[in-house]
Design a protein around this ligand. Structure first.
Ligand code: TYD
Ligand code: MG
Length: 463
């Protein structure tokens, strides 16, 4: 009897590209992370992790016995300077051996440039393997020439297959590996395409595993989606030791490198760079650079001394309030949390009596900086009110303070260093929360302590 050849159907599974959740059928919204339209069909052929990776990196699970914690000898982690002090600062004082560092950022922001520069200086003492999956060796060489790289211990390979990368690592035995980028690396056992959650997760897992086992430090470069997350792998952020984000506008020359997770140092530390014709240069006195272009005698601007990590940074808050064209007025925020704008306009409406129901409100932090701390609230409120009433602020005045729903101005941290920095940059007056007055020290600025938003607005518009 002749039997028809039955085509075996390959099993597929739908994977959420945002969190990695898997479902046997398609769903419009991921039930785990609530992202819409994020499920993508993939072949379900995930190999078990224990089988993955070349032999030399396989763990022998049975050998590790639990030990009492106090019997384990403390060893200080070994750190290496990248030769770029702003990068070292963000890493918490250099790269820790065997650590995995994920660097994310928009395309063209300078991730490859930064890591090639760091590789070059690391390669003066150590061996570095730069895996360029996105660009050819020639392209990387051109870039390296432009940056003036010359270390002979810096090795480049253009490769995207993870197992071949492991082979190169095994033969070369480098101290540092740079993967540019994790989204183009793939593992052959998996049928899903490079960049999918399954691929990124598995490749990330194996590289992390290799780093821990061998003491090789690994830098992963990751692309960022439109929403600002590192594409696909939220899973990857949990896995690695350090997550750095490169921020800034690619058309402007300043770049901020921010640590959002760091197992070996403090987060919120930032590094500031300037993109020049010869790569990224460190900015050693960054505090004033974001306020240089501020217009004077124009309404809608306020200067706020913010604290980034351990250092003060003066930023310019810009606001524009205009009559709304649509029934629902627009609120737009750049460099600051959107919800804070809604909250601050609500407080201005209820506690000060300014009307926003028929006005669009736009708020922007100049220079592509992102500010997360609440000390910026008062600056936002004052910039918005200033534009709404079309009264310009005293250009020599800085403002700071958190706003509560009652319209009260709450005390903030690091008041003294904020004031010192403002004074250093030539400001003559500061509006501060009353609760901070005793901690403010004796700066040469004129201090105006305020308890309520209304009081603060009266004080700034008196001029
Ligand atoms: P790149 O590092 O390729 O960005 P990413 O890897 O994050 O995608 O940066 C590319 C941009 O930087 C590109 O627009 C050119 C610019 N650039 C300079 O201005 N000066 C330089 O010395 C280099 C190498 C790049
Ligand atoms: Mg790149």
């Amino acid at each position: 009897m002749i039997r028809p050849i039955m085509k075996t159907k390959q099993k597929t599974v739908f994977t959420c590209q945002s969190c990695g959740y898997q479902s046997p059928r398609w769903l419009g919204r991921c039930p785990d992370c609530n992202t819409w339209n994020s499920l993508v069909e993939e072949f379900s052929s995930a190999p078990s992790v224990s089988k993955a990776g070349p032999d030399s990196f396989r763990v022998e699970y049975s050998k590790e016995k639990p030990q009492p914690l106090n019997a384990i000898k403390t060893i200080n982690e070994e750190r290496f300077s990248t030769g770029i002090s702003e990068l070292d600062r963000v890493l918490g004082g250099g790269v820790v051996t065997g650590s995995v560092i994920l660097t994310g950022g928009d395309p063209g922001i300078g991730k490859s440039t930064l890591l090639l520069q760091a590789s070059d200086s690391l390669a003066r003492d150590k061996k570095v393997l730069y895996v360029s999956g996105e660009e050819s060796i020639k392209q990387t060489k051109l870039r390296a020439d432009r940056l003036g790289s010359a270390s002979k211990n810096l090795f480049i390979v253009s490769e995207t297959n993870l197992d071949s990368i492991f082979d190169h690592i095994n033969t070369l035995k480098p101290d540092f590996v740079i993967i540019d980028s994790i989204q183009v690396i793939y593992k052959e056992d998996l049928s899903s395409s490079p960049g999918s959650v399954s691929q990124v997760r598995l490749c990330g897992q194996e590289l992390t595993f290799m780093a821990k086992k061998s003491g090789i430090s690994v830098f992963l470069i990751g692309h960022v989606t439109k929403e600002g997350n590192i594409a696909g792998p939220r899973v990857l952020e949990h896995m690695v030791d350090t997550v750095l984000y490169f921020e800034g506008e690619s058309q402007r020359s300043f770049r901020l490198l921010r640590a959002v997770k760091n197992r070996f140092g403090s987060t919120n530390e930032i590094g500031i760079f300037e993109m020049t014709g010869k790569g990224l240069k460190e900015v050693s006195n960054p505090s004033g650079i974001f306020i240089e272009e501020r217009p004077k005698d124009v309404s809608g601007f306020a200067i706020v001394p913010t604290i980034e990590g351990t250092r003060p940074l003066l930023v310019e808050i810009q606001a524009l309030v205009k009559a709304a064209n649509l029934a629902v007025p627009k609120r737009e925020a750049r460099g600051i949390d959107y919800n804070r704008i809604s909250l601050i306009t609500a407080v201005l409406e209820r506690r000060v009596g300014l009307e926003f129901g028929r006005f669009d409100v736009y708020v922007n932090v100049a220079g592509g900086v992102r500010v997360v701390e609440p000390a910026v609230d008062l600056g936002v409120a004052i910039a918005v009110a200033s534009n709404h009433r079309d009264i310009a602020l005293n250009p020599d005045c800085v403002v700071m303070g958190e706003i509560g729903l009652g319209g009260e101005i709450r005390a903030i941290s690091h008041i003294e260093s904020r004031l010192m920095e403002s004074q250093r940059l030539g400001f003559k007056q500061a509006i501060i929360p009353k609760g901070n007055l005793s901690a403010a020290g004796k700066p040469r600025l004129e201090l105006i302590p305020v308890s309520y938003l209304k009081e603060a607005l009266e004080a700034v518009f008196r001029h």
